[in-house]
Design a protein around this ligand. Structure first.
Ligand SMILES: C=CC1=C(C)c2cc3[nH]c(cc4nc(cc5[nH]c(cc1n2)c(C)c5CCC(=O)O)C(CCC(=O)O)=C4C)c(C)c3C=C
Ligand SMILES: [Fe+2]
Ligand SMILES: [Fe+2]
Length: 330
């Protein structure tokens, strides 16, 4: 069987349908009941989540989502849909055959099962899955695999290949570095560059998750590409959730210290996110700036992620094309 019967599923984490406490609770309930994400036995965790976490977090989180919501919806979903459209166009140009590309979310809508159903309807027999997580984690990549395995029962494909990560892919590294450099060409260079990745509970790393090592490798490669692989570049981890110990150093603590030390201009980029979302636009661009300035820092810049920039879409196309031969008959 050739390439023409292959469909591509472009997957990201998921986001609420609306910036309301109800919609946010619904989304967080699905997300935080995933045993790959919260590894507390469900009988203990379910009441904690539903009676202690969601009643409060639903409201505070909805307020945060309101600050970044666009007229077309949540930034994560808007970018995912644009990325899927562009990937389809770029792949079609390179392959000279149009193959379907469908966007899906691990939590919320459009679901992975719905994406698979759509590709089956379009007569696809094989599936290339591209999770938009540059660094592998069981909490993200493996969780997408869980959802695929579950949906395979209803929407079976003859063969499925899941891209595991692309943390050291040359196209990814160059696209992130170019994005930062393009920003610097317009706005000048900082004194410090903070590369902030989403955090993870330390226990997951101790259990063998390669995520932290992959983040550090990506950061080193990106900084080297920029000619900044030295003390000016600092790797941090953001978005701590819950009471357990998370990997560090924590982004907010480092921003506080840099402000307090009068370190000069600080730019933050988030190479672990393939598009802007709540965690970059609210937590870094809004809250991170406040933290830095409250500590006495003066100049703070948030550098947007690669989103739908041509360099990133070209790199993503190359990542997809590199994996496609695994789905041909050889
Ligand atoms: C980029 C990779 C991500 C990893 C690894 C990850 C792990 C992880 N996240 C939580 C808890 C939350 N994450 C939330 C939002 C969120 N997380 C990622 C990505 C990763 N998460 C993204 C892209 C987003 C943004 C979604 C959006 O709608 O824009 C949230 C929800 C927001 C909030 O209430 O603060 C939570 C909660 C855990 C526990 C975890 C690892 C175990
Ligand atoms: Fe997260
Ligand atoms: Fe957050």
């Amino acid at each position: 069987m050739g390439i023409e019967r292959t469909g591509v599923l472009l997957v990201n984490l998921g986001t609420p349908d609306e910036p309301t406490p109800r919609a946010v609770r619904r989304y967080l309930r699905e997300f935080l009941m995933d045993p790959r994400v919260v590894q507390i036995p469900p009988v203990l965790w379910w009441p904690i989540l539903n009676f202690l976490v969601l009643p409060f977090r639903g409201g505070t989180s909805a307020e945060k989502y309101k600050q970044v919501w666009t007229p077309d919806g949540s930034p994560l979903r808007v970018y995912l849909e644009r990325q899927a459209q562009m990937l389809k166009g770029y792949m079609g140009e390179r392959l000279k055959v149009a193959i379907p590309v469908v966007a899906a979310m691990r939590y919320g809508k459009p679901s992975i099962a719905a994406g698979m159903a759509e590709l089956k309807e379009r007569n696809c027999k094989r599936l290339l899955v591209l999770p938009l997580y540059p660094q592998y984690s069981a909490s993200t990549t493996a969780s997408v695999e869980d959802a695929l395995a579950k949906a395979q029962k209803y929407h079976p494909f003859g063969r499925v290949h899941v891209v595991q990560d692309f943390h050291d892919n040359a196209g990814y590294v160059k696209a992130v570095a170019k994005n930062i450099n393009d920003y610097w060409m317009k706005h000048g260079r900082p004194d410090r560059l903070v590369l902030s990745f989403h955090g993870l509970p330390k226990a997951m790393i101790d259990a063998g998750d390669p995520y932290k090592t992959q983040c550090h490798t990506s950061a080193r490669l990106i900084a080297t590409e920029l000619g900044w692989n030295d003390a000016r570049t600092i790797v941090t981890f953001q978005s701590r959730f819950g009471k357990a110990e998370w990997i560090g150093p924590a982004t907010d603590e480092v921003l506080s210290r840099l402000g307090w030390e009068k370190a000069g201009r600080v730019d933050v980029a988030c190479p672990g996110f393939a598009s802007d979302c709540l965690e970059t636009l609210e937590e870094i661009a809004i809250e991170g700036r406040k933290t830095f300035r409250a500590a006495g820092g003066k100049e703070f810049h948030y550098i947007p992620t690669t989103n739908d920039t041509p360099a990133w879409m070209t790199a993503l196309t190359a990542i997809a094309l590199d994996s496609l031969p695994l789905l041909y008959d050889r």
